[in-house]
Design a protein around this ligand. Sequence first.
Ligand code: PRP
Ligand code: URA
Length: 207
Amino acid sequence: MSVHVSNHPLIQHKLSILRNVNTEPKKFRQLTRELAALLTYEATADMDTVPVEVQTPLAVAHCRELQEKIGLVPILRAGLGMVEGIWELMPSSEVWHIGVYRDEKTLKPVQYYNKLPVEPRVQVCLILDPMLATGGSAVATTDILKNWGVKKIKFVGIIGAPEGIALMQQHHPDVPIYLAAIDERLNEKGYIVPGLGDAGDRQFGTG
Ligand code: PRP
Ligand code: URA
């Protein structure tokens, strides 16, 4: 499995503001959208395209267009904040929500929302969640998408912990991971350190 950590200066600059305890929810949401778009730009660099001929006002241009149908799969709640930024880049992507929360005591993922239709409607899925902590939520969501029949899956997050990356590596070595940073560790409550705190609470003002 490949893990891509972007060193792009724009991404690193925005991440430093996102982490700051004094950054308020409005700014936090804006940065989450922007980081999601920038990371997705990198995550989609190897997508398949097909040749097309386009009539310009002057002549025919030989161009390329995306071939595959893309599904954005935000993990509720925190992944929701990543959708709008990516939609700006890929407005025709479908969005399929998956509800998973971590049980506070066991830290195990609990699924509570999934309205996927029986047949898969997209060829590529981008799983969106800012935080890859123990990795339980990402593994559970990847399981769901594979059972749905999706062959190409990528995980787009913002901060990952070594533990979460290792769990994904163990269960889904074929799923590449795109992040802005890999942090040191998880604390005893399963929070990423130094991290940014609770990504859902910081976006929705519920902390
Ligand atoms: C957070 C985060 C991830 C999950 C990561 O969600 O948004 O979904 O934890 O942790 P894991 O890698 O250990 O599974 P949370 O459970 O806090 O739910 P919320 O987004 O609804 O607040
Ligand atoms: N979920 C979060 O929102 N933050 C963490 O640090 C870990 C899980």
